[in-house]
Each structure stands twice: as C-alpha cells, then as structure tokens.
Design a protein around this ligand. Sequence first.
Ligand code: PEP
Ligand code: MN
Length: 352
Amino acid sequence: MILRLRIGTPSEVVSELRTLIEGQGLRTFLSPEPARPIVAIVDHASADLVDQLAARPEVEQAVVPRGEWRLVDRAFREGPTSVNVGAVCVGAGESVVIAGPCSVEGRDLILEGARICRDAGAHILRGGAFKPRTSPYAFQGLGREGLTQLKDAGESVGLPVISEIMDATQVSAFKECDIDCLQVGARNMQNFTLLKAIAAAGRPVLLKRGLSATVAEWLAAAEYLAAHGSEQIILCERGIRTFETATRNTLDLTVLPLLRQWTHLPILVDPSHAAGIPELVAPLSRAAIAAGADGVAVEVHPRPDQARSDGAQALLPGELTRVVAECRVVGAVLGRAFHAQPQPKRAAALAP
Ligand code: PEP
Ligand code: MN
C-alpha cells in the first residue's frame, strides 16, 4: 500500500501517520520525493486499515501495488528517477550508451577498447572481470586485476565504468577499485543474498532481467535492492528465453512502455546479449530508443574474432560509432537529448 499525501502536508502529520501505522506492527518507508510526502507500507495491511487510512484528510490517494514491490513502484515518486554513474546521469531524459568488451582481457586491450568507446561517443565503459560462463572450462575473467585494469582504462579516457559482480564476497573489491556501477547479471537477478549485500554497498546498480524472469519477478528483485537501502537502481532488459533459437534470446521491448507505467526506475536495453548477432544490434538499438529506453548497453571489441568471450556478438569499432549516431538521431525525433560525453580528468592521458 502506498499513501500519496496531499502536497504541503506538514512533517508532524506525516510522522503521526507513520507512528499510527507502525503501531499496528507494519513497516513504513518515506519517499525521498521533495514535492509530496509519500508513505509506503511494505507489510500487508488489512482491508479495514486500508479503508481507515484512505479516509484520512491528509491522504490524497491510496495505491495498491500490482505485485511484491512498493519502493520501486511508479506511485512512490512523482516522476522518473535518475541515477548518477560517475558524471553520467541515467534516466534524466537524455539517452546514454554503455559500451565495451564482454570481458576485460588485459591492460592494453581494455585501453584500446576504452578509446574506441570514447571516440565513438559512448558514455560509460563496460567490461567483465568476473564472468558467468556456461562452461567451467571457458575464460572466467581476470578477477580483481580485471577491475583495476577497467578502472584505469576508464580514467584514461574519462569514462565511468561498470562491471558484473557475481558474489557478495566481491563487494569490497568493487569498492576498493572504485567501480562506478555494479552490474547484476541475468543469472543472478534472483540471488537475494547478493542483492542485499550490493544494496548496502551504496553504489549504483544495473539490474539485468533474468533469463526467464517475469516483469513482476524483476521488479521484486529491484525491490530487494531498494528495501535494503539502494536508491540508485537501473533496470536492463537483455532478452528472455523463448522457443525461438534463431537469436540468442528474444528482445522484449514490450517492457519499455509497460515499465514506464509500473516503476519510476530508469530502463536500459542490451541488444547484444538479446540478439547474439552483431548485425541486429544497430536496428534493435534504434528500436529500443524509439520505444522509450533511457539508453543502450552494447558489446564492442577491436578484433571480435580474437575475443575471449562473446566475440560472435561484438560490434566492430565503426559499427559502434553508427549505433551511437543512430541512437542520437532516433532520440532527437522523439525530443530526447543525447547525454554529453563526460570530460576526462587527466587530459594528459588522452594521447592516442
Ligand atoms: C554480460 O553483460 O556480459 C552478461 C553476461 O550479460 P547477461 O547477464 O545479460 O547475460
Ligand atoms: Mn557478454
């Protein structure tokens, strides 16, 4: 139950209301919304209590959430939220592009990839250091050393960085290496222990949709993050498993307009893992922006045939330039601005 109070309700009245609800053994959360007090009751409220609360003069609207989420529900905020990843704001009405190789493969290669991303106009550098691989014999990533190399490459070109975290014990490494955004991969979307640990880390989180997760399960996973203290959550649609085998997964663009109604969180689309085919990444990126995505996350590699993971779906550098340019054009048609590229702090490191 979400109680949207009247604008201008005094804070003492809000406190009294919360005390009344909590006196019944129910937990409440107050929205960080500056414009209007909004109180979420996260535990089950009886029908009698709901009627009683809805009738109070300070309550303008009592909203029953659609599922197991409250804090990420659209009704818990006045408008969409935005998340700062370094100097890049995701969800503020400007399209952003996350790009980089699937994995960090070495210092020189990630620096080469970082320069490709910067030169193409991307905003955030990606690269996996802890890789979830189907085969235990496949490249598992460089681990902590990969995080260090990713961060150094990002700093060299002035881009914030994102990398996948697979285990709660890795949180300290991500913090020590100053990784700007923690990615929860599709395989870990419902790893609740991991979600709780990450929420406490106080860093932005990109929560990918699980391989077979419904929208309700995905938002419930996001609610785990919010309930444990994270207000910086980005959703990322990356394709779901269907009967279709012509593509790696099936990109579900339906979620974009749907999630706009259900949640205030920003939403990105990853067409690389959805399609698994580089030629489909540009058209699907265009479609994602047209359907309302806050941006896209794509994989790129200087030499995809030599990549140690997901080379078959990686864009070539020139193809990334095209994706970025097309996202800008499609967004502009819909009145969306394109995020300015962050400026490097260490100008000297920008030599080619
Ligand atoms: C990735 O981003 O490299 C990745 C493994 O993605 P997903 O979790 O969507 O499969
Ligand atoms: Mn990948």
